[in-house]
Design a protein around this ligand. Structure first.
Ligand SMILES: [Zn+2]
Ligand SMILES: [Zn+2]
Ligand SMILES: [Zn+2]
Length: 257
Protein backbone atom coordinates (compact mmCIF):
# COMPACT_ATOMS: atom_id res chain seq x y z
CA UNK A 1 0.00 0.00 0.00
CA UNK A 2 1.28 3.45 -0.86
CA UNK A 3 0.42 6.53 1.19
CA UNK A 4 0.85 10.08 -0.14
CA UNK A 5 0.41 13.42 1.63
CA UNK A 6 -1.61 15.43 -0.92
CA UNK A 7 -1.72 18.44 1.40
CA UNK A 8 -0.31 19.16 4.85
CA UNK A 9 -1.48 22.73 5.55
CA UNK A 10 -4.11 24.02 7.92
CA UNK A 11 -7.30 25.69 6.66
CA UNK A 12 -5.55 28.77 5.22
CA UNK A 13 -2.83 26.81 3.44
CA UNK A 14 0.76 28.08 3.23
CA UNK A 15 1.56 30.67 1.99
CA UNK A 16 -1.34 32.49 3.62
CA UNK A 17 -2.76 35.17 1.32
CA UNK A 18 -0.80 38.44 1.72
CA UNK A 19 1.35 37.14 4.61
CA UNK A 20 4.95 38.38 4.71
CA UNK A 21 6.22 35.99 7.40
CA UNK A 22 9.41 33.94 6.74
CA UNK A 23 7.44 30.70 6.33
CA UNK A 24 5.02 32.18 3.78
CA UNK A 25 7.97 33.83 1.98
CA UNK A 26 10.16 30.69 2.04
CA UNK A 27 11.41 29.32 -1.28
CA UNK A 28 11.62 25.77 0.11
CA UNK A 29 8.97 23.65 -1.65
CA UNK A 30 8.39 21.88 1.68
CA UNK A 31 7.06 25.15 3.12
CA UNK A 32 4.28 25.29 0.50
CA UNK A 33 1.29 23.48 1.91
CA UNK A 34 -2.06 22.82 0.28
CA UNK A 35 -5.00 22.01 2.55
CA UNK A 36 -4.74 18.67 4.38
CA UNK A 37 -5.61 15.55 2.41
CA UNK A 38 -4.08 12.15 1.68
CA UNK A 39 -4.14 9.38 -0.91
CA UNK A 40 -4.10 5.62 -0.34
CA UNK A 41 -3.17 3.38 -3.29
CA UNK A 42 -3.54 -0.39 -2.99
CA UNK A 43 -3.84 -2.98 -5.75
CA UNK A 44 -5.08 -0.42 -8.24
CA UNK A 45 -7.68 1.04 -5.84
CA UNK A 46 -7.28 4.73 -4.96
CA UNK A 47 -8.92 6.30 -1.92
CA UNK A 48 -8.62 9.96 -0.87
CA UNK A 49 -9.00 11.11 2.71
CA UNK A 50 -10.81 14.49 2.58
CA UNK A 51 -11.36 16.73 -0.44
CA UNK A 52 -10.69 20.33 0.50
CA UNK A 53 -10.43 23.45 -1.67
CA UNK A 54 -7.18 22.19 -3.25
CA UNK A 55 -8.63 18.82 -4.31
CA UNK A 56 -8.38 19.58 -8.03
CA UNK A 57 -4.76 20.72 -7.80
CA UNK A 58 -3.87 17.73 -5.63
CA UNK A 59 -5.32 15.25 -8.12
CA UNK A 60 -3.35 16.98 -10.89
CA UNK A 61 -0.11 17.17 -8.85
CA UNK A 62 -0.25 13.46 -8.00
CA UNK A 63 -1.47 12.50 -11.48
CA UNK A 64 -4.40 10.55 -10.04
CA UNK A 65 -6.13 8.85 -12.96
CA UNK A 66 -8.89 7.08 -11.05
CA UNK A 67 -10.44 7.53 -7.62
CA UNK A 68 -12.65 4.85 -6.06
CA UNK A 69 -13.81 6.60 -2.88
CA UNK A 70 -13.35 9.55 -0.55
CA UNK A 71 -13.31 9.20 3.24
CA UNK A 72 -14.27 12.33 5.14
CA UNK A 73 -12.90 13.14 8.59
CA UNK A 74 -15.34 16.01 9.28
CA UNK A 75 -17.27 18.78 7.55
CA UNK A 76 -15.01 21.82 7.90
CA UNK A 77 -14.60 23.52 4.55
CA UNK A 78 -10.89 22.86 4.32
CA UNK A 79 -11.84 19.15 4.15
CA UNK A 80 -14.90 19.15 1.86
CA UNK A 81 -14.82 22.28 -0.34
CA UNK A 82 -13.37 20.44 -3.36
CA UNK A 83 -16.11 17.84 -3.69
CA UNK A 84 -17.65 19.48 -6.76
CA UNK A 85 -14.53 18.40 -8.68
CA UNK A 86 -15.37 14.69 -8.38
CA UNK A 87 -17.12 15.41 -11.71
CA UNK A 88 -13.85 14.63 -13.49
CA UNK A 89 -13.82 11.12 -12.02
CA UNK A 90 -17.57 10.67 -12.64
CA UNK A 91 -16.86 11.31 -16.29
CA UNK A 92 -13.69 9.25 -16.66
CA UNK A 93 -14.91 6.29 -14.58
CA UNK A 94 -18.56 6.51 -15.68
CA UNK A 95 -19.83 6.04 -12.13
CA UNK A 96 -20.82 8.10 -9.11
CA UNK A 97 -18.21 8.84 -6.42
CA UNK A 98 -18.57 6.88 -3.18
CA UNK A 99 -18.20 9.16 -0.19
CA UNK A 100 -17.91 7.71 3.30
CA UNK A 101 -18.90 10.00 6.15
CA UNK A 102 -20.96 10.02 9.31
CA UNK A 103 -24.55 11.37 9.23
CA UNK A 104 -23.73 14.84 10.53
CA UNK A 105 -21.07 15.31 7.85
CA UNK A 106 -23.48 14.03 5.18
CA UNK A 107 -26.08 16.62 6.29
CA UNK A 108 -23.51 19.33 5.91
CA UNK A 109 -22.63 18.18 2.38
CA UNK A 110 -26.33 18.11 1.44
CA UNK A 111 -26.52 21.78 2.43
CA UNK A 112 -23.19 22.77 0.93
CA UNK A 113 -23.87 21.03 -2.41
CA UNK A 114 -27.65 21.42 -2.41
CA UNK A 115 -27.73 21.42 -6.25
CA UNK A 116 -26.30 17.88 -6.25
CA UNK A 117 -29.25 16.60 -4.24
CA UNK A 118 -31.99 18.76 -5.81
CA UNK A 119 -35.05 16.97 -7.21
CA UNK A 120 -34.53 18.38 -10.66
CA UNK A 121 -30.88 18.11 -11.49
CA UNK A 122 -28.91 20.48 -13.66
CA UNK A 123 -26.91 18.58 -16.30
CA UNK A 124 -23.24 17.93 -15.54
CA UNK A 125 -23.43 18.22 -11.75
CA UNK A 126 -21.34 15.87 -9.58
CA UNK A 127 -22.70 12.38 -8.95
CA UNK A 128 -22.20 11.34 -5.37
CA UNK A 129 -23.34 8.32 -3.36
CA UNK A 130 -22.94 8.75 0.38
CA UNK A 131 -22.29 5.90 2.78
CA UNK A 132 -22.26 5.86 6.57
CA UNK A 133 -20.00 3.42 8.41
CA UNK A 134 -21.89 4.01 11.67
CA UNK A 135 -18.65 4.00 13.62
CA UNK A 136 -17.88 0.40 12.59
CA UNK A 137 -15.05 -1.04 10.49
CA UNK A 138 -15.92 -1.21 6.79
CA UNK A 139 -14.33 -2.29 3.51
CA UNK A 140 -13.73 -0.62 0.19
CA UNK A 141 -12.62 -3.13 -2.48
CA UNK A 142 -11.18 -5.47 0.19
CA UNK A 143 -9.33 -2.65 1.98
CA UNK A 144 -10.41 -2.77 5.63
CA UNK A 145 -10.86 0.62 7.28
CA UNK A 146 -11.33 1.10 11.02
CA UNK A 147 -12.82 4.46 12.06
CA UNK A 148 -11.33 6.05 15.18
CA UNK A 149 -13.38 8.65 17.04
CA UNK A 150 -11.57 11.80 18.03
CA UNK A 151 -12.57 15.31 19.11
CA UNK A 152 -11.74 18.63 17.43
CA UNK A 153 -12.52 20.74 20.51
CA UNK A 154 -16.18 19.65 20.88
CA UNK A 155 -16.71 18.50 17.30
CA UNK A 156 -16.53 14.72 16.86
CA UNK A 157 -14.29 13.72 13.94
CA UNK A 158 -13.08 10.41 12.56
CA UNK A 159 -9.53 9.24 12.04
CA UNK A 160 -8.91 6.03 10.13
CA UNK A 161 -6.72 2.98 10.61
CA UNK A 162 -5.88 1.10 7.43
CA UNK A 163 -3.62 -1.90 8.05
CA UNK A 164 -0.50 -0.67 9.82
CA UNK A 165 -1.26 2.98 9.17
CA UNK A 166 -3.30 5.37 11.32
CA UNK A 167 -4.34 8.83 10.08
CA UNK A 168 -5.78 11.39 12.49
CA UNK A 169 -6.29 15.02 11.57
CA UNK A 170 -8.17 17.89 13.18
CA UNK A 171 -8.21 16.42 16.67
CA UNK A 172 -6.86 17.34 20.04
CA UNK A 173 -8.41 14.53 22.04
CA UNK A 174 -8.81 10.79 21.47
CA UNK A 175 -10.76 8.86 24.16
CA UNK A 176 -9.01 5.92 25.82
CA UNK A 177 -11.42 3.36 24.34
CA UNK A 178 -10.59 4.61 20.85
CA UNK A 179 -6.83 4.59 21.46
CA UNK A 180 -7.00 0.80 21.67
CA UNK A 181 -7.61 0.80 17.90
CA UNK A 182 -4.28 2.55 17.32
CA UNK A 183 -2.15 0.14 19.34
CA UNK A 184 0.46 -1.63 17.19
CA UNK A 185 0.25 0.83 14.30
CA UNK A 186 3.58 1.20 12.47
CA UNK A 187 2.84 4.53 10.78
CA UNK A 188 1.03 7.17 12.81
CA UNK A 189 0.00 10.46 11.20
CA UNK A 190 -1.24 13.17 13.55
CA UNK A 191 -2.21 16.83 13.19
CA UNK A 192 -0.22 19.58 14.92
CA UNK A 193 -1.07 23.20 14.22
CA UNK A 194 1.82 25.08 15.83
CA UNK A 195 4.02 25.11 18.93
CA UNK A 196 1.53 27.03 21.08
CA UNK A 197 -1.52 25.24 22.42
CA UNK A 198 -4.75 25.58 20.48
CA UNK A 199 -8.39 24.97 21.36
CA UNK A 200 -9.11 22.39 18.66
CA UNK A 201 -5.78 21.02 17.37
CA UNK A 202 -2.82 19.28 18.95
CA UNK A 203 0.19 21.52 19.52
CA UNK A 204 3.53 20.17 18.32
CA UNK A 205 4.38 18.96 21.82
CA UNK A 206 0.99 17.29 22.32
CA UNK A 207 1.29 15.54 18.96
CA UNK A 208 4.81 14.29 19.78
CA UNK A 209 3.59 12.95 23.12
CA UNK A 210 0.65 11.25 21.39
CA UNK A 211 2.98 9.64 18.83
CA UNK A 212 5.50 8.49 21.45
CA UNK A 213 2.70 6.82 23.49
CA UNK A 214 2.23 4.36 20.59
CA UNK A 215 5.92 3.89 19.65
CA UNK A 216 5.26 3.59 15.91
CA UNK A 217 8.06 2.83 13.46
CA UNK A 218 7.43 6.31 12.03
CA UNK A 219 5.28 9.21 13.13
CA UNK A 220 4.27 12.14 10.89
CA UNK A 221 3.05 15.67 11.61
CA UNK A 222 0.44 17.22 9.29
CA UNK A 223 -2.22 20.05 9.16
CA UNK A 224 0.39 22.68 9.90
CA UNK A 225 -0.01 26.46 10.29
CA UNK A 226 2.55 29.04 9.12
CA UNK A 227 2.99 29.77 12.84
CA UNK A 228 4.76 26.41 13.24
CA UNK A 229 8.00 27.56 11.61
CA UNK A 230 10.21 26.67 8.65
CA UNK A 231 10.38 23.06 7.46
CA UNK A 232 14.17 22.85 8.02
CA UNK A 233 13.98 24.21 11.58
CA UNK A 234 11.12 22.02 12.79
CA UNK A 235 12.31 18.91 11.03
CA UNK A 236 15.75 19.22 12.69
CA UNK A 237 14.30 19.24 16.17
CA UNK A 238 11.94 16.25 15.83
CA UNK A 239 12.81 12.82 17.23
CA UNK A 240 14.46 10.42 14.74
CA UNK A 241 11.29 8.43 14.12
CA UNK A 242 9.05 11.49 13.52
CA UNK A 243 8.83 13.20 10.17
CA UNK A 244 7.55 16.74 9.52
CA UNK A 245 5.35 15.84 6.55
CA UNK A 246 5.24 17.98 3.42
CA UNK A 247 3.09 17.94 0.29
CA UNK A 248 3.95 15.11 -2.08
CA UNK A 249 5.76 12.99 0.53
CA UNK A 250 4.86 9.34 0.03
CA UNK A 251 5.90 5.99 1.47
CA UNK A 252 5.10 2.30 1.26
CA UNK A 253 3.15 0.68 4.09
CA UNK A 254 3.31 -3.02 4.99
CA UNK A 255 -0.14 -4.51 4.74
CA UNK A 256 -1.87 -7.35 6.52
CA UNK A 257 -4.83 -7.53 4.18
ZN1 LIG B 1 -8.73 21.22 8.96
ZN1 LIG C 1 2.78 33.58 7.05
ZN1 LIG D 1 -11.38 21.11 11.17
Amino acid sequence: MKFTFLGTGTSQGIPVIACQCPVCQSNDYRDKRLRTSALIEYNGVNIAIDAGPDFRQQMLNSKVKSLNAILLTHEHRDHIAGLDDVRAFNWIMQRPMDIWAEQRVQESIRKELSYVFADSKYPGIPEIVMHDFNGHPFEISNIKIIPIRGYHHKLPIYGFRIGDLTYITDANFIPEEEKVKIVGTKYLIVNALRRQRHMSHFSLQEALKFISDFSPRRGFITHVSHQMGLYVDISNELPDNVCFAYDGLSFEVDTNH
